[in-house]
Design a protein around this ligand. Structure first.
Ligand code: FPP
Length: 245
């Protein structure tokens, strides 16, 4: 798949990816699951660079869900270590490419070291403009929505807001993703056809793209394939084809 086949006038503004299949990739090679995660970081790097290069403004990666804490301790510890080492290693890539790092999720649930490293890179890249890279960490969409509902209920209860003020825009403002546009294209690798509690509100009108490719094998050309596929779809947002034309 060639980058030239992509129409730069019709890029998704926000791509979100459920990076799945690291474990199966490692198993198929007779290795431990953590070997899959290590190689998954190479795909993260490649996809981040390719996205910035072609002009994607927002890329959101599901790196760790609230449910992932239930995995074996060795695997959780490795994922947290990979997060810290990747943040350290890639800070200069983010700076050089004018990429802002952002994070969504229950960040204070992360180990102290990972949390601090993350905040530091977010701080150091906060004025970058080319692309926002959001890592979903200890993220769960229902929890995000529950938090928003609680904040809104409390504001109404304390007369800071009336019930009629609550519309889509106000709800958006109370989500972790308050400064991001809706997702246009959601990609899930490894042949699973599930959303797994990822950005439930934000994907209301997203195009969904599923590929059999396992995450450590997902490279630039697979991203371009997904974007080309997206560009061949008609997004109607509830209207008819005729109304769009
Ligand atoms: C899913 O594969 C992947 C994850 C739970 C973690 C994704 C993490 C990385 C790609 C590396 C670290 C990320 C950053 C941003 C540094 P799986 O383990 O569920 O695979 P399986 O379904 O084959 O078991």
């Amino acid at each position: 798949m060639n980058e030239k086949l992509i129409n730069k006038e019709n890029l998704p503004k926000h791509i979100a990816i459920i990076m799945d299949g690291n474990g199966r990739w490692a198993k198929s090679k007779g290795k431990l699951r953590i070997f899959g995660h290590e190689n998954g970081t190479k795909s993260v790097r490649e996809v981040v660079e390719a996205s910035a290069e072609i002009g994607i403004e927002n890329l959101t990666l599901y790196a760790f869900s609230t449910e992932n804490w239930k995995r074996p301790k060795l695997e959780v510890d490795t994922l947290m270590k990979l997060l810290v080492s990747s943040l350290r290693k890639e800070l200069h890539t983010l700076v050089d490419n004018d990429i802002r790092l952002n994070a969504i999720g229950k960040l204070d649930a992360l180990p102290e070291k990972a949390h601090q490293e993350l905040l530091e890179v977010i701080q150091k890249t906060r004025n970058n403009k080319r692309m926002t890279l959001t890592l979903a960490l200890s993220y769960g969409s229902r929890e995000e929505i529950k938090n928003a509902v609680k904040q809104l209920a409390s504001k109404v209860k304390n007369n800071l807001m009336s019930l009629d003020d609550i519309d889509d825009t106000v709800i958006n403002k109370h989500l972790y993703t308050h400064d991001l546009p809706d997702v246009d294209l959601l990609i899930r690798t490894s042949g699973e056809h599930r959303i797994s509690n990822f950005l439930l509100w934000q994907i209301a009108y997203a195009e969904l793209y599923f590929t059999e490719v396992l995450w450590p094998d997902f490279k630039k050309e697979h991203l371009f394939q997904a974007i080309e596929n997206y560009q061949n779809r008609e997004r109607r947002f509830g209207k008819t084809s005729e109304q769009l034309n």
